[in-house]
Design a protein around this ligand. Structure first.
Ligand code: PLP
Length: 420
């Protein structure tokens, strides 16, 4: 038995769908120890928006380490942190007219979410947070309480409190006018819904099955929050840093959240890094009230600055992302047309796309066939029924064509094995 099966906990997941041992990676390709290369259509679940081992970012990191610069510093001031704050302000916040303060909550997405939830509760003095059907916000208890997936919720082992789920956009197939239920309950003193501290939302639900909220729905939500004095938290952990086109996924809707969660691709290099952004007047933390050892990892500051300077000084990346997204959509639409018996829906924005299959087994088998052909893809959705595509934003159009052809072959192989 290999060391993974013998020693690594049964909780391991992705390695089961991709049963090989990876050694090196560059751009959109990984290589395993047998010398086989794989095209990466998953990008660390949205962590590698600029690809693996980007040479320019790697050089910045190597230079930083070689000069004995600070690596660990708790939340002390460092030159690397100062540079990050300055460049994040100049390249991300100011051009978008955003006046946020920046909290370093710990390195993972769930750390950003926990900080957001705590802050919203502290600021408002209220307990309830409204989330949405099929939401995913992380695996710590606070984040799980606003996550939809029942299997993951059960894993908490304790009651998950102070969260209320409302229907996400299109959850009811358009049968209920948007926010009618939510607003009626807010206005009704007999509804049983305590006035929430905050609403937490993903503009595109990544883990929940690539469910795309319309700009109108997001604007309606922001308006409802404003009218009722409820804070709006956008969890941009997976869809931020350009995944849907613009740096923040909420830009298209023209809304300004009160709090924003960012992580995954923020370091640009796959190094753990997260921030929680908050409206300036919401910063009611006492010093050290929300603490942690790994808040602000200096090597991640360095690569994050590199990623911002290399990719976010103009609109080039955003435009390319939207263009490549259309290439994916077109290919997926063709596959869906050809295999209508297997594919139920195609949806996405920017460079995040989902192909919903008619049953969960089909999605898993398509991903297995893709792996056999050298393409890494994962499933998502409440029953893992959606084949999910998140290639690095830097994937070339030729690589996209190559991957989409492999995907088409994989769907055909599954269909041939079991005729619908
Ligand atoms: N929020 C969203 C929207 C996510 O997609 C994820 C992870 O996939 C998280 C939060 C949690 O991030 P992490 O796994 O880094 O804790």
């Amino acid at each position: 038995m290999d060391v993974f099966a013998r020693l690594e906990s049964e909780v391991r997941g992705y390695c089961r769908g991709w049963p090989t041992v990876f050694t090196t990676a560059r751009g959109s390709r990984l290589t395993d120890e047998n010398g086989r290369t794989f095209l990466d259509f998953f990008a660390g679940a949205g962590t590698l928006n600029y690809g693996h081992n980007d040479p320019a970012l790697k050089q910045r990191l190597l230079d930083y380490l070689a000069a004995d610069n600070i690596v660990h510093s708790l939340d002390m001031h460092t030159a690397a942190k100062r540079r990050f704050l300055e460049r994040f302000d100049e390249l991300v916040l100011k051009p978008r007219g955003l006046d946020y303060k920046v909290q370093f909550p710990g390195p993972a997405g769930n750390h950003s979410v926990e900080a957001a939830l705590k802050l919203a509760r502290k600021y408002t003095g209220r307990e309830t947070v409204v989330s949405f059907t099929n939401a995913f916000h992380g695996m710590t208890l606070g984040a799980l309480a606003v996550t939809g997936n029942s299997m993951k919720r059960t894993g908490a082992g304790v009651p998950l409190g102070h969260g209320v789920a409302m229907p996400y956009d299109n959850y009811l197939d358009g049968r209920t006018p948007d926010f009618l239920l939510f607003e009626t309950m807010l206005d009704d003193s007999g509804s049983g819904l305590d006035k929430p501290a905050a609403v937490i939302v993903e503009t595109v639900q990544g883990e929940g099955g690539i469910n795309v909220a319309s700009p109108e729905w997001l604007r309606g939500l922001a308006d409802l929050c404003r009218r009722h004095g409820i804070l709006l938290i956008v969890d941009d952990v997976q869809m931020g840093c350009g995944r849907t086109g613009p740096f923040f996924s909420f830009e298209e809707a023209g809304i300004t959240p009160d709090i924003v969660c960012l992580s995954k691709s923020l370091s640009g290099y796959g190094l753990p890094f997260a921030v929680t952004l908050m409206r300036r007047d919401l910063d009611v933390w006492e010093p050290g009230e929300h603490n942690g050892t790994f808040r602000g990892f200096n090597p991640a500051f360095v690569t994050a600055v590199g990623a911002l300077e290399d990719h976010w000084t103009g609109e080039g990346l955003e435009k390319q992302t939207l263009k490549k997204g259309q290439q994916i959509k077109q290919a997926l639409d063709e596959i869906a047309l050809e295999h209508a018996g297997a594919v139920a829906d195609v949806r996405g924005r920017g460079l995040v796309w989902g192909m919903e299959t008619r049953d969960p087994e089909t999605a898993a088998r398509i991903c297995a066939e893709a792996f056999r052909r050298g393409l890494l893809m994962e499933t998502s959705g409440p029953n893992d029924e959606v084949v999910k595509m998140l290639p690095p934003l830097t994937t070339t159009s030729e690589e996209l064509t190559e991957g989409l052809e492999l995907l088409g072959e994989s769907v055909a192989a599954v269909r041939t094995a079991v005729p619908a």
